[in-house]
Ligand binder design. Structure first.
Ligand code: GRF
Length: 228
């Protein structure tokens, strides 16, 4: 069962590329119906065109209000037949009216371990705070920024004094793995949400089971030394 999606970008589109690559490798059962942007010069649009994917782009500044832009975006997404809206490096808040057009069907990736470090500088905020563990989050989008129920997270070590640039690159490598994974679970219809809690249900009979939650699984940074 293929899940038709629309991907919304504002910049380089590396997350879009990871989704395209997973689809083309046969690892991801989604159909990318349309790639949209509020930035007509976004490199993500070029990535889409290189793979024969339709695009839509309008400068948000050309619209009188945020709502006007969001309604135009929603119209294009609906016309594409997409069932899921995938925000991927999209750097604008969406309006409640936009979300109402796609209830429970908008997801986002954020380069921090939410609820820590929401907003547009998650990696730098974490680095400057001196965290020892940083990471990324795929979540459903609700009316509060970077707040919706969490589908999957990944953690990476942060090094003392490193800046947001090196940390962002380390996080990005994992973004490119957890977003396609989250989308595959959604495409398989295995994701259910109860309040704030997201459950990924067991795979269909005969499929490889999810790895059991390894209670000993942990990430300690700096690493524990002998005897501890
Ligand atoms: C990524 O870290 C993403 O999480 C954030 O913007 C960065 C660039 O994303 N929202 P992309 O390369 O445009 O997908």
């Amino acid at each position: 069962m293929t899940l038709d999606v629309a991907v919304v970008v504002s910049g380089g589109g590396s997350n879009l590329q990871s989704i395209i690559d997973a689809v083309e490798a046969g690892r991801l059962d989604v159909g990318i119906r349309l790639v949209l942007s509020n930035k007509p010069d976004a490199h993500g649009l070029e990535r889409a065109r290189r793979h024969g994917i339709d695009t839509w782009a309008e400068p948000h500044e050309a619209y009188a209000t945020r709502l006007d832009f969001d309604m135009a975006l929603a119209d294009a997404i609906e016309a594409s037949g997409a069932r899921l809206v995938v925000l991927a490096g999209y750097m604008r808040m969406v309006t409640p009216e936009f979300l109402a057009r796609f209830p429970g069907r908008v997801v986002n990736i954020h380069p921090a371990l939410l609820p820590s470090f929401p907003g547009v500088h998650g990696q730098t905020d974490a680095a400057l705070h001196g965290v020892k563990i940083a990471g990324c989050t795929v979540h459903f989008v609700d009316e509060i920024m970077d707040n919706g129920p969490i589908i999957i997270q990944a953690a990476v070590p942060a090094l003392p004094g490193e800046d947001g640039v090196t940390l962002a690159q380390r996080i990005l490598e994992l973004e490119h793995r957890i977003y396609p994974q989250a989308l595959q679970w959604l495409a398989q219809g295995r994701v259910s949400v109860k309040g704030r809690f997201v459950y990924v249900n067991a795979p269909a009979i005969g499929e490889t089971p999810l790895p059991a939650l390894v209670t000993g699984a942990y990430l300690v940074n700096p690493p524990l030394e002998q005897g501890f």
